[in-house]
Design a protein around this ligand. Sequence first.
Ligand code: 5GP
Ligand code: MN
Length: 343
Amino acid sequence: MDTKQIEQVKLMLATKKNVVIIPHRNPDGDAIGSSLALYHYLKNDHHVKVVAPNDYPSFLKWLPGTNTVQLFDKQNSQAKKTLAAADIIFLLDFNVLHRIGDDMKNTVELFKETFIMIDHHQQPDTDLTEFIYSDTSICSTSQMIYHFLEKLGGIDSITPEMATCMYVGIMTDTGSFRFPSTTSTTHRIIADLIDFGAKNAQIHNNVYDTNSYSRLQLLGRSLSNLKIEPEYKTAYITLSQAELDMFNYKKGDTEGVVNYALSLSGVVLAAIFIEDVEQKIIKISFRSKGSFSVNQLARKHFNGGGHDNAAGGRSEISLEETVSEFVKLLPIYKNNILKSDEV
Ligand code: 5GP
Ligand code: MN
């Protein structure tokens, strides 16, 4: 977004509007954090709603404003009404419409007014709107919201609620400030957010230390299922639907599990394959260390995408077949995987 477009955005927001904010399907901490931060910023002057494609994990359900979020799948007619009344739709933490799922995409595609996209993934759909703030070097969309507020001259309006939401988004998308995308600017912004009222210790506790017993048992099962392919510096985990059921799986319970595979000494490529019988897919998360791009791997072979070191995808064959396809790819990518430096 250039200066001229920022001026246009300011002009659009100068009068009261119906604003809808949409995060991607299966929203994570950054998607919900950035959406609710922007919600709190705009809500005093506009009619604002966050409409999420579907539900999100309980470890995010304490965020200020969480009770106002509409779920497109569960509150369908209400969400459709909200979308139909919109003057401006913000698309946060994704950059192609299929990331909100086919049902919601069909509704959102009917929208003829202004989309504003703020996102840090690669290859944004530039046909969707001219109002695109895209920067793949920034760790999180929540940090981009902070920069967006800077552009709008809104930093002084940051409330403790907004600071908390942005803090959560930055914290979760940087693996608690440890991924290479974490910069000194990120830390400066985090310091500002604490000054604006984000309670850092409480936030970490609310997100990371609210596990259920069954979630930890599921983690135990995931770790017993861990397989290592030392020749390819690769490790992966599988979870079948039966295993998820056995441990009373709830949305969000498998979040972060793939990182245990990546935490093995010497491993630079990690994956988790999770069976979803209802959607008839295997959901895959990929992680890497160094130069090996899991975004490219996910795009090319698993109908997905993401970032160079964290991406996701899916397959429509069985769990065993999906894993076998993945293992078959390893020799093809062996050189690139072995070249991928450990950070
Ligand atoms: P996760 O593995 O945590 O679900 O996702 C890792 C990253 O990849 C996130 O930035 C997420 O938005 C992106 N991602 C996950 N699944 C998909 C997918 O199916 N398609 C695309 N394009 N990106 C994905
Ligand atoms: Mn993100």
